[in-house]
Design a protein around this ligand. Structure first.
Ligand SMILES: Nc1ncnc2c1ncn2[C@@H]1O[C@H](COP(=O)(O)OP(=O)(O)OP(=O)(O)O)[C@@H](O)[C@H]1O
Length: 619
């Protein structure tokens, strides 16, 4: 019934965005700290103003370093201005509701390399369209975007094999899924050939014509691109040099006796002369407040131009999706106030599925890491072959247990510290565009990493346990495996913490700094009673110490009987003697499990908080 209802609300004509948003900004200043010693501040935007209307394609242009991206960041809500005001339809902008209806496609827009175009769009639809849109409508929306963006032939191609232009179109399509009223695109044409640029700008032109406010930053648009542009906003040294239509630019320049040579693109001319005439241009444009040159806008694109460039004016076709249903209990109003369209559990499930699919698609890393664990286990197994039941090899068994701990800790730590930072650019874009919460992403990353970690740890544990001839006792074996698994999970969480703070390069340098204190306070190199009193607390927070205790208790504790001795004299015939020697005779396994869970939880909370801060700031 509900599905029928929503079905009936769907229109089949090319959509015109109903809730158009006109945006304006006044006296925006943006300064940043200059250097680490915060003595001075650098001014990037200086009191600029302007306005952009729905239904228009506006190009923000200017020389490199003029401040285009900074302005775009502020307009999109990615950065806060130092002073100044932003308005939507004449009212002071509400950040949360504006973000629900806008999207920002950054210059360095990465997509999920392992997924095909269709899969990426389907996942975007599942994350960005709420439950009021049924599966069939989501599927249809994905199909419409594929057709509208000319991606039909690449729909089953993985993103890593797409061309630059196709990747850009996919990035745009991912945001188009939720049909935003305002679109910000930073340098979407950089690195593309002129024909691809034309197609993309035409796409923006069409998206604008359907009622959207489309803002695109382009260094220096060519004459062909300018035919599809409604408005120019020219930035020079953090000021506005011109705001108005393309045809209005020549008369604007002539008014100041700046004569563009014949057959010269006026936009190129403006870029060439703007740095020598900053004051003149800023005064005449009133730093963006002068709106006298916007009236020349022609809303008709020349048919000859379309024909000549092989562009179809009906290219973009998106049906209107049903609005969220009325709910008498008012729950839906609360939902609308939330920034996200789907509940957190659904975000978690979709993201976990996406990560597992990516892992499945690129099995090289998983296979390599499993192979490393098995090879190392065979090496250790044969090196310490069949020593587990012999009292003359108790020390060797202890060394082997510690090595196993260190090996599993390092592999878990380094794989997560290297893998995690690679995801940050994609996650930053998706999180900013309200696909999911930081919590949903973080928990899904953990959930999708744990299966591989578990398989690797268990493979290692099985091979080592049986080759080294440790006691064939199910309780000891289970305790051994469980301890190794817990230690590797904690190391994985510390790797995520390292990855959420640093880039891969810095993480490799700082990683050992994170992990080495745990090693020295593991109880293997230095006993608790031998350490200076003021350092002893470090033993309690060392997960390796708890891991080592867990392994020793599993193998030598739990009232293990007298061991056979293959030498004339064995000091550790009674395993209890060894436990006393390593100061572990009083240890309790439940405390080990509790400590490992506690340390893991604290590290997880820390890395979640750091990731949240990192995604919020442009760090
Ligand atoms: N966080 C920052 N700290 C110091 N300087 C900054 C910061 N952000 C931007 N800038 C400086 O502000 C100026 C404007 O930068 P912005 O990225 O906005 O320029 P742009 O016009 O987009 O340049 P491009 O076209 O080359 O990308 C540049 O000189 C840049 O170095």
């Amino acid at each position: 019934m509900s599905s029928d209802n929503s079905e009936s609300q769907e229109t089949t004509s090319t959509s015109l965005v109903e809730d158009s948003l006109n945006i304006a900004f006044k006296n925006i200043n943006y300064t940043v700290r200059n250097g680490i010693l915060a003595g001075g501040r650098k001014t990037i935007l200086k009191d600029v103003s302007g306005s952009f209307n729905a239904g228009e394609l506006t190009v923000i242009m200017g020389q490199s370093g003029a401040g285009k991206s900074s302005l775009m960041d502020i307009l999109a809500g990615y950065t806060k201005p130092t002073t100044g005001s932003l308005y939507v339809n004449g009212r002071v902008r509400n950040e949360k509701s504006f973000r629900r209806r806008s999207c920002y496609i950054l210059q360095d827009d990465r997509v999920q390399d392992a997924l095909t175009t269709r899969e990426s769009l389907t996942i975007a639809a599942q994350l960005k369209l709420g439950n009021h849109v049924n599966s069939e409508q989501k599927r249809r929306r994905v199909q419409e975007i594929i057709s509208s963006l000319g991606l039909s032939r690449a729909q089953n191609t993985r993103a890593c094999n797409l061309s630059g232009g196709q990747k850009k179109r996919l990035a745009i399509g991912l945001e188009l899924v939720s049909d935003p009223s305002v679109m910000f695109l930073d340098e979407p044409t950089s690195g593309l050939d002129s024909s691809m640029c034309k197609q993309l700008v035409f796409l923006f032109h069409q998206l604008a014509r359907q009622g959207r406010t489309v803002l695109v930053s382009i260094h220096q648009p060519s004459a062909a691109l300018l035919q599809m542009v409604d408005k120019l906003y020219v930035v020079v040294a953090g000021n506005c040099a011109y705001t108005g239509s393309v045809p209005g630019l020549l008369p604007y320049l002539q008014q100041m006796n700046l004569m563009c040579p014949p057959y010269h693109n006026p936009v190129d001319f403006l870029i060439e002369i703007c740095s020598e005439n900053v004051d003149l241009l800023v005064t005449h444009s009133q730093n963006g407040k002068c709106d006298d040159w916007s009236n020349h806008i022609s809303h008709e694109t020349d048919d000859n131009f379309l024909e000549k460039n092989n562009l179809r004016s009906d290219q973009v076709y998106l049906t209107t999706l049903p609005p969220p249903k009325e709910d008498p209990t008012n729950k839906i109003l609360l939902k609308l106030k939330s920034t996200y369209s789907t509940p957190v559990w659904k975000q978690f499930a979709t993201l976990t599925r996406r990560s597992l699919l990516s892992l499945w698609r690129s099995p090289a890393f998983t296979l390599m890491i499993t192979g490393i664990h098995c090879s190392m286990a065979l090496f250790i197994g044969f090196l310490f072959y069949n020593i587990g039941e012999d009292a003359s090899h108790v020390r060797d068994s202890y060394n082997m247990l510690y090595f196993s701990l260190m090996f599993l800790m390092f592999t878990a730590f380094s794989s997560s510290s290297i893998h995690f930072p690679h995801q940050i650019p994609v996650v930053r874009r998706e999180h900013f565009n309200r696909w999911y919460t930081t919590g949903a992403y973080y928990t899904s990353t953990l959930a999708s990493t744990l299966p591989t970690q578990t398989v690797c740890t268990l493979s290692y544990a099985f091979i080592v346990y049986f080759l080294t001839g440790l006691p064939p006792d199910i309780v000891r074996f289970t305790t051994f495996c469980w301890t190794l698994m817990l230690v590797s999970y904690v190391a994985l969480c510390i790797g995520l913490l390292n990855g959420s703070i640093f880039t891969v390069k810095n993480g490799v340098v700082f990683g050992p700094f994170f992990i080495m204190p745990f090693t020295i306070f593991s109880g293997f190199f230095l006993r608790y009673s031998d350490a200076p009193v003021f350092f002893r607390w470090m033993f309690h927070i060392s997960f390796l110490k708890h891991g080592l205790v867990g392994l020793v208790v599993a193998i030598f504790g739990m009232d293990r009987p007298k061991m056979p001795c293959s030498d004339l004299y064995c000091h550790y015939t009674y395993p209890r003697t060894f436990l006393v020697d390593v100061e572990m005779s009083q240890e309790n396994y439940s405390l080990v499990v509790g400590a490992l869970f506690g340390i893991g939880l604290i590290v997880t909370i820390c890395s979640y908080i750091i990731l949240k801060i990192r995604l919020k700031n442009k760090w």
